[in-house]
Write a protein that binds this ligand. Structure first.
Ligand SMILES: [Mn+2]
Length: 373
């Protein structure tokens, strides 16, 4: 058996939109997610890879514009390597699927849709067995059913599949969980040499076999993904599997957690923002808690406002944000209120101390008006 090297990628979800991106950032995000296909091509050439597999969810949904589809195909053509695309739960086969639309007449010759179980001959010594999704809700394990039909072969056999391994999600009672034990058995029996998985957006190698892998997405799709996008370079040589993780994405989702109760804390928060590179391609979700004086709260607002111009997006994770503004003596003397205004302020202060958000916001507004007048 001769050795084979290829790139394993998955979950491109091309055409994805995110509600926390402005139109400007969304346009760059969409473009980058296509452009990273070219980066995968460059990686493939530098690794001496013979082909690229994408293990499901190539497109975000069935109703993408023709532009989204043809631009993706154009980038795939430029890789000048065979690319095998698996339909997943976002882009299943079947009536009205994205694979049958008019835009697909532009599909380049180097791209093969894994539109049935296979085998697909990659070369005289390598074959792909595919587990495409035919519907968004198959109602059963979409992967391991195919194993029973496989006969031993002298070829190197790569299973390309999409779904959630049961060992990674033991509490989830989904009908579509994939039976990990069955896949491990197929690897141990020599029925398959490698399992290229998509669906979980993580770069993961099965600790028991080394041959069952998730590549992760090529570009981060959400805050649960803790790095820029990844792809795996895979070499199969006899029964030896070598996988190398490559960080190829440009976009990053990052959470900043910080307790802020003083100007010093706000300075630390500022350094959190400063430490992130490629800020124009970084999406920051903040989780801020604490009790702030009005002066500190105003400084925090100014800091956050300034970051929105630098980063692709900065937004609060509302559910976990808990900031209360309570005036301190310095705030009150700066405002120099008297009479009715001072009484209103005292009342608001009492409510804010009890955790009343509206009172907090009103105080902050009062402070801003007062401090700038
Ligand atoms: Mn999926």
């Amino acid at each position: 058996m001769t050795s084979v090297t290829f790139i394993h990628s998955a979950d491109w979800q091309l055409g994805m939109t995110r509600k926390y991106l402005s139109d400007e950032a969304q346009a760059r995000y969409t473009g980058a997610r296509v452009d990273t296909i070219r980066t995968i091509g460059e990686l493939a050439h530098s690794e001496g890879a013979q082909f690229i597999v994408v293990a499901g969810d190539v497109f975000e949904h069935a109703n993408l514009s023709t532009r989204d589809v043809v631009r993706a195909y154009e980038a795939m053509a430029e890789t000048r390597l065979p690319i095998y695309l698996l339909p997943g739960n976002h882009d299943p086969l079947g009536p009205g699927s994205i694979w049958s639309g008019e835009a697909h007449s532009s599909r380049p010759d180097n791209v093969t849709i894994l539109d049935h179980e296979g085998p697909f001959d990659v070369s005289p010594s390598v074959e792909i067995v595919a587990c495409p999704w035919y519907t968004k809700h198959p109602g059963h394990d979409p992967v391991t059913g195919i194993l029973a039909s496989l006969k031993p072969t002298d070829k190197t056999r790569i299973l390309v599949a999409h779904g959630m391994l049961d060992v990674l999600d033991p509490d989830k009672q989904s009908e579509t969980l994939v039976d990990t034990a069955a896949l491990r058995g197929a690897v141990r029996d020599g029925l398959v040499d490698y399992v290229a998985l998509g669906d979980r957006h993580i770069c993961w190698t099965d600790p028991e076999t080394g041959a069952i892998n998730y590549s992760g997405t090529h570009e981060s799709t959400g805050p649960r993904e803790k790095s820029r996008g990844t792809a795996l370079a895979v070499t199969l040589d006899g029964s030896t599997v070598t996988t190398t993780r490559h960080e190829i994405g440009r976009w990053l989702h990052v959470d900043i957690h910080r307790h802020v109760s003083s100007m010093e804390d706000i300075a630390l928060l500022e350094s959190d923002f400063a430490s992130i590179t490629h800020k124009d391609c970084a999406i920051v979700r903040t989780v801020l808690t604490g009790t702030l004086s009005m002066a500190a709260a105003a400084a925090l607002d100014r800091l956050l406002e300034a970051q929105t111009h630098v980063f692709a997006s900065v937004y609060k994770w509302e559910r976990h944000t808990d900031l209360v503004v309570v005036p301190d003596d310095a705030d009150e003397s700066l405002l120099g209120l008297s009479g009715f205004a001072a009484e209103a302020m005292a009342e608001l202060r009492e409510l804010a101390q009890q955790g009343d958000k509206t009172a907090s916001d009103a105080l902050l507004l009062l402070y801003r008006l007062g401090a700038t007048s």
